[in-house]
Design a protein around this ligand. Structure first.
Ligand code: C2E
Ligand code: CA
Ligand code: CA
Length: 277
């Protein structure tokens, strides 16, 4: 490496670095071209636990490579985070999701959009959200939920609490994503002004057969209620788990049992007709 520095690269590291560079190049190209085609947003229903009716949807980004291969976010979000490209990517996802939400007024109560820690730390984040909302003057901002994870709190230079207060001043709601999987979930509950708890799949899958899981869920539901927050149980795949969540009076559910993430054109077929709403 010059001077008296010596660097050792294993083949594995070389492959990982190459893949990361390729992922970054792909993402740059996708953002530079027809974003809506290359980076579509898919929608997964969130339902009322009691009735199974759709009360909201989570927006989940996908990527089509130039060869037409469909990639899930696991293939490009980590590279997007590292390079900062998650900032323009996240703005694109929010803008597109909100556009659909407006088109689905009277059919879909709310949309939930993921925000990465890197995005939240951007000085321009709050003005960006405000400008997306301003594109739709009639939109009730509480129909937009921003999902943040616990890692947003860790090692961040900005005061996350201040930033979330500023977001909430816009009238937007905030959800704690993957709740329970971090190391400081209670600190998180105590310090962050959130409206929604998204209970991680690991507490939900197999709930009906596991008394420990159902105790944990009951306690989180109680805690959330006392803090004036609502709860979405994630990863509901099993009808028995759904029954257990009904018995526990968990407000809402999301999972393959009710629907997988779908492109907008397919998702909207699940919605009630506008007249019926
Ligand atoms: P997440 O926010 O926890 O999103 C839920 C993930 O669980 C989605 O995976 C969804 O397809 C999957 N899922 C939903 N129901 C079930 C179920 O019943 N069983 C199982 N096994 N899985 C279920 P997906 O779409 O692959 O997204 C993975 C992660 O990528 C998301 O996890 C989120 O952290 C991230 N992500 C997705 N879209 C965005 C985005 O626009 N921005 C950012 N920053 N991250 C995103
Ligand atoms: Ca999420
Ligand atoms: Ca989640």
């Amino acid at each position: 490496a010059g001077g008296n520095r010596l660097q050792v690269f294993s083949d594995e590291m070389r492959v990982a670095v190459k893949e990361r560079i390729a992922a970054e190049a792909r993402l740059r190209a996708a953002l530079a071209g027809d974003r809506e085609a290359a980076l579509p947003v898919w929608f997964q229903p969130i339902v009322s636990t009691a009735t199974g009716r759709i009360v909201g949807a989570e927006a989940l980004v996908r990527m089509f490579t130039p060869e037409g291969t469909l990639l899930g976010p696991g293939h490009f979000i980590p590279a997007a985070e590292e390079t900062g490209l998650v900032v323009p990517l996240g703005e694109h996802v929010l803008r597109l999701a909100v556009r659909h939400l407006v088109a689905w007024t009277n059919q879909l109560p709310y949309i939930s959009v993921n925000v990465s820690p890197r995005q939240l730390a951007e000085p321009d984040f709050v003005p960006m959200v405000a400008s997306v909302l301003a594109e739709h003057p009639g939109l009730d901002p509480s129909r937009v939920v921003l999902e943040i994870t616990e890692t947003a709190l860790l090692g961040s230079a900005v005061d996350v609490r201040d930033r979330l207060e500023a977001i909430k001043d816009l009238g937007v709601r905030v959800a704690l994503d993957d709740f329970g999987t971090g190391y400081s979930s209670l600190t998180w509950l105590q310090s962050v002004p959130a409206d929604v708890v998204k209970l991680d799949r690991s507490f939900v899958a197999g709930l009906a057969a596991d008394p420990r899981k159902s105790s944990i869920i009951s306690a989180v539901l109680w805690l959330a209620r006392s803090l004036n927050m609502t709860v979405v149980a994630e990863g509901v795949e099993d009808p028995d788990d759904w029954k257990a969540l009904q018995a526990a009076e968990c407000p809402s559910c999301q999972g393959y049992l009710f629907g997988r993430p779908l492109p907008a054109s397919e998702f909207e077929l699940m919605l009630p007709f506008p007249e019926a709403a």
